[in-house]
Each structure stands twice: as C-alpha cells, then as structure tokens.
Design a binder for this molecule. Structure first.
Ligand code: CTP
Ligand code: MG
Length: 380
C-alpha cells in the first residue's frame, strides 16, 4: 500500500517569537524543518507533501528540493492547510505530522503505519506522567491520570476516510486530525508515542528538552603559521625543542597550540584567537600559549562544551619532531583535559617545497571535536 505523508509547515510560529516561521529558525545549525524532513526520507514512505504559507513558499521549496518532496499551499488554520494537502495526496495511507516535531523517531513513524494497516488509524500519544486536574484559580476536579494521554503527531489514516472526515468538518478549525476523524468516522486508535517527540512551540523549546548532541560531536578546524627568526628553540604543543632558529611571534610562537585554540573556538562557533588574544595587547607579549589554551578551554566550559578529540598536523623542515611527539601529546592532554590516546599528532616536512620547505617557518593544522559536558544526568 502506498504511504503518503503531509508535513504541516504553513504556520506563523508566533508563540516562538522569532519574528518569522519558527520552522525556519535554526536548530543545531540548520532550519528546524530540515530535521523533520530528514526523518521522512525513508524507503517506507512513497510521497511527502509539505504545507507552506505564501510568505515562506520560496524558502520551504528550496529546503524540500533536495529530498524531492512536494510543497502545497497552506491555509489560514492548520485544519485548512491539511485539507488543501489531502486533495493532492496519492497514497492509500496518509500520515499527518507537525513540521514542529523534528524529534520523531523512525520507529514511531513505522508503528503509526502498522497501526493504520491493522486498526484503520494510528494516533501517537503519550501517557501523562504529572497529576492532572481541571481548574481555574482553584482545582475543581481530579482526572484519572491512568487513562490520560497527551496527543502528538504523526497521526495516520486511510486517505479516503480522513478526506471524508475533513469534508464533513466544513470550515470549523480543529487542533488535530484525530479530533476530526473521531467526530465523523470512528474512535481513533492510540499508538504509544515518545516523550522526546516534543513540539517546538516556544523559543525555549529550541534550547531545552532537546536530545543530546549527536555522539560524533561538533568539529572545528584551525591553522597557524609562524616564521623563523633569531633564537635557539621552538615551542610546539608546550614542549621546548632545541633548534638553530626561533619562531617570530607576539606570544611564545607555539603554532601548534594556536591551531588547536582556533579549532576549539571554531567547533564552539566562537570567534578566532585574534579576537580573544589580540596581538596589539601588550598583556600577550611573549605569553605562554599553554595558558591561553587553558583560557580557551574555559571559554568552552562556560558554554557547556569540553574538548573531546584533537588531531594535529605540523609541517616543519626543522627541527626533527618525531622524538618529541609523545611529550607534546602529554602536554596537550594536561592543558585540554583530553585523554592522551585521543590526541593524534603528526609531523612532516614539505619536501623542500613552499615556505615550509624553504625553512622560512612552521605551519600547524588542527581538527578538534568538542562535546557537551557531562551534567551528571541533571537537566537545568
Ligand atoms: N500549521 C500549518 N498551517 C497553519 C497553522 C499551522 O500548517 N495555518 C502547522 C505549523 O507550521 C506547525 C503545526 O501546524 O508545524 C502545528 O502548529 P503550531 O505549533 O501551532 O505552529 P504555529 O501555528 O506556526 O505556531 P503559533 O501557533 O505559535 O503561531
Ligand atoms: Mg498555531
């Protein structure tokens, strides 16, 4: 049986207060709606239609294009939007889902389809966990919590039946599709929903109650170069290495640490090291880069992040670095709190090519992965 999905995205998102449709506001760095679209890009779904207001049509069409999903003009109310989309549905089964629920799981989508096939409908709903009452200023009446459910989406139906229900509903607005199905067709069947499947309604929902960062963390890239000058040692990853030259810099010239700092700042979406440690500031003259790195780790910590992995690559024609690599790892581990076995340092020459090859200076690159810091299971 062909399965279609309607994703409702034609709202204004007024309660979220972004000054635009909340579904186009960023969540983990990309429009919230894109997360929802990805969840339905699975082989079990044959067709996806997204409702959009005239105002957002261009932006939503651009988001849908890579998935091959269709965009349908929405209406004044959610009910009207769904009605418009139902006219375009070609599958025998249709799931209706709020674009504002990006945390829906594949399991829930498949459970919903199964329920339609078996019972004629599938309404995702979660059991209430708080005590529930009716009231105004005072509690008027208690509700039997054991039978109380909070209704989510997706909600699945046989297309013909839900279309019939919508046509009988006329112009009245409903908050969800199960209400219309229940009023005109039959009692809808409940599918056990998931508490993570929250609806993004207010601005806080974009920051709070959302699942942890993907386990592969956030990545950042950093690079730095310093040229050789007078001196008899270079400092790399906090280790002083004898050399017939030194590195010219405002600080101690530790190119490797500077690359690590930029990579960490970039992973956290912060400005580069020049912003935090300007070379016009006398305070940083000859500064120990290790101390600056510690400050960067602290900046991340204030935002709830911690470094998790570092991959450093140093290009230097001189001095030879191989025998110092273990010391450099230990030093970086002490400065960043990353286990030494999660730090990789590679060193190489440039085969005589370019400024490194001509022994004019040293260049270092770093890729850093950072993670959300442990909160001991507490959510504040
Ligand atoms: N929706 C829709 N057409 C409408 C109104 C809402 O397709 N005319 C969609 C929204 O885009 C959202 C879902 O229905 O994905 C649930 O609605 P809601 O959470 O109320 O979103 P908004 O109506 O956009 O938000 P608000 O009520 O705060 O303005
Ligand atoms: Mg609304």
């Amino acid at each position: 049986m062909k399965v279609s999905v309607i994703i409702c995205a034609a709202g204004k998102g007024e309660r979220a207060g972004f000054g635009k449709n909340k579904l186009l506001a960023p969540l983990y760095g990309e429009p919230a709606l894109r997360h929802t679209l990805k969840k339905f890009d699975i082989p079990e779904i044959d067709e996806v239609l997204i409702t959009s207001s005239d105002y957002d049509y261009k932006e939503i069409s651009a988001l849908c294009a890579p998935f091959g999903f269709k965009v349908v003009k929405g209406g004044e109310t959610r009910t009207q939007s769904v009605k418009n989309a139902l006219d375009k549905v070609s599958g025998e089964i249709v799931l209706i889902h709020d674009g504002a629920r990006p945390f829906v799981s594949k399991k829930l989508i498949l459970d919903c389809i199964k329920s339609v096939k078996k019972y004629g409908s599938g309404i995702c709903a979660v059991k209430a966990t708080d005590t529930a009452v009716y009231g105004g200023e005072q509690i008027e009446e208690r509700i039997d919590r054991s039978r109380l459910y909070l209704v989510q989406t997706p909600q699945g139906f046989f297309t013909e039946e839900i279309k019939k229900a919508y046509s009988l509903a006329g112009d009245k607005a409903y908050t969800d599709d199960s209400a219309i199905f229940g009023e005109f067709i039959k009692k809808p069947h409940i599918v056990e929903g998931e508490s993570e499947n929250i609806k993004l309604t207010y601005k806080q929902d974009f920051m709070r109650g959302i699942p942890p960062l993907p386990s592969d963390g956030l990545k950042g890239f950093g690079v730095d170069v310093h040229s050789f000058g007078e001196g008899n040692l270079v400092t790399l990853c906090g280790v002083k290495i004898p050399c017939d030259r030194g590195l010219i810099a405002h600080s101690d010239g530790d190119v490797a640490i500077h690359a690590v700092m930029d990579a960490l700042l970039s992973a956290a979406g912060l400005d580069d090291i020049g912003h935090y440690f300007p070379d016009t500031d006398l305070k940083f003259k000859g500064a120990d880069s290790g101390k600056m790195l510690k400050e960067v780790v602290n900046l991340l910590k204030q935002r709830g992040f911690a470094p998790a992995r570092l991959s450093v690559s140093i290009q230097a024609e001189k001095p030879r670095l191989s025998k110092h690599i273990e010391d450099m790892k230990v030093k970086l581990s002490l400065l960043t709190g990353v286990d030494a076995d999660r730090i990789a340092i590679a060193a190489g020459t440039c085969e005589g090519l370019g400024f490194v090859g001509e022994k004019l200076g040293i260049c270092a690159y770093c890729i850093a992965i950072i993670k959300k810091e442990e909160t001991n299971g507490k959510d504040d």
